[in-house]
Design a protein around this ligand. Structure first.
Ligand code: HEC
Ligand code: HEC
Length: 208
């Protein structure tokens, strides 16, 4: 009887530790929250746009931590060219990136398995990797497209097509996709339940 409260406290402690160490066993989401403060100056502002070309800054909240880490490393090395994000990512250590990614991912998104609207035929090429609704990816280092901003998705597709983004997997896919279909693909995935467009996520203030 006497030991019960102690055991309960221990149990809670373990749970709290698990929540903090969500994606990567060595990542510290609490530390990541502090480091990510400056990031939210762009990513946490609804409607914030990249200038020249103009498109929305991507949603990061709920995204797979492994994908976020890969993206940050690619900006830092210059493999994924973007001046602002290069400056942001280059000053971070590997540990910083892992911690920030764990914080941004937060609680992993539960894919709904329910597609919103009619998928345009061009999505047939995408679903094997990104999932029928763009939220259930086959690998946890593949990005969630569901709920991402549509104009950002269009820009990403254009950048794969032009070779500005050099990921070999998407480079292979995009050669077979007609640029005329980019808008419909982007709108479809942006409308799915995912990153920032569920009521629950918005109301929890976790949209970032
Ligand atoms: C001045 C505004 C600005 C700030 C500050 C900023 N970002 Fe970004 N971020 C952008 C823009 C614009 C893009 C889209 C770039 C592109 O097209 O590749 C981006 C893209 C990203 C991506 C790629 C997302 C994806 O889906 O591929 C990640 C990850 C990211 N930022 C993380 C961060 C982190 C972490 C910080 C803080 C250390 C940060 N950003 C600070 C503007 C900003
Ligand atoms: C064979 C697996 C595969 C298929 C099929 C595939 N993708 Fe991808 N996709 C990936 C991977 C891996 C990445 C991450 C690439 C990177 O790091 O730049 C990615 C990235 C993306 C991104 C960038 C997301 C972001 O946050 O920046 C978009 C947009 C995208 N895919 C759309 C599509 C569309 C639309 C289709 C179908 C026409 C498709 N993909 C088919 C594997 C795939």
């Amino acid at each position: 009887m006497k030991f019960r409260p102690t055991l309960a406290a221990l149990g809670l402690g373990v749970l709290a530790a698990c929540a903090t160490l969500s994606a990567n066993a060595d990542a510290d989401a609490k530390r990541g929250e502090v480091l990510a403060y400056t990031c939210l100056g762009c990513h946490g502002v609804p409607g914030y746009k990249n200038a020249y070309p103009t498109y929305s800054v991507p949603n990061l909240g709920g995204q797979h931590a492994k994908y976020l880490e890969t993206a940050l490393a690619a900006y830092a090395s210059g493999e994924r060219p973007h001046q602002t994000m290069h400056a942001q990512a280059a000053r971070l250590s590997d540990q910083d990136r892992a911690d920030i990614a764990a914080y941004l991912q937060g609680e992993p998104i539960t894919p709904s398995d329910q597609v919103v609207g009619t998928p345009p035929p061009a999505t047939q090429t995408c679903v094997a990797c990104h999932g029928a609704d763009g939220a259930k990816t086959v690998m946890d280092d593949y990005p969630i497209l569901a709920g991402q901003r549509a104009d950002y998705l269009v820009q990403a597709l254009k950048d794969y097509k032009s070779g500005k983004r050099k990921n070999p997997i998407m480079a292979g896919i995009i050669t077979g996709v007609d640029e005329k279909d980019f808008e419909a693909l982007a709108q479809f995935f942006a409308n799915q339940k995912g990153l920032c467009n569920t009521k629950e996520v918005r109301e929890s203030g976790k949209c970032r």
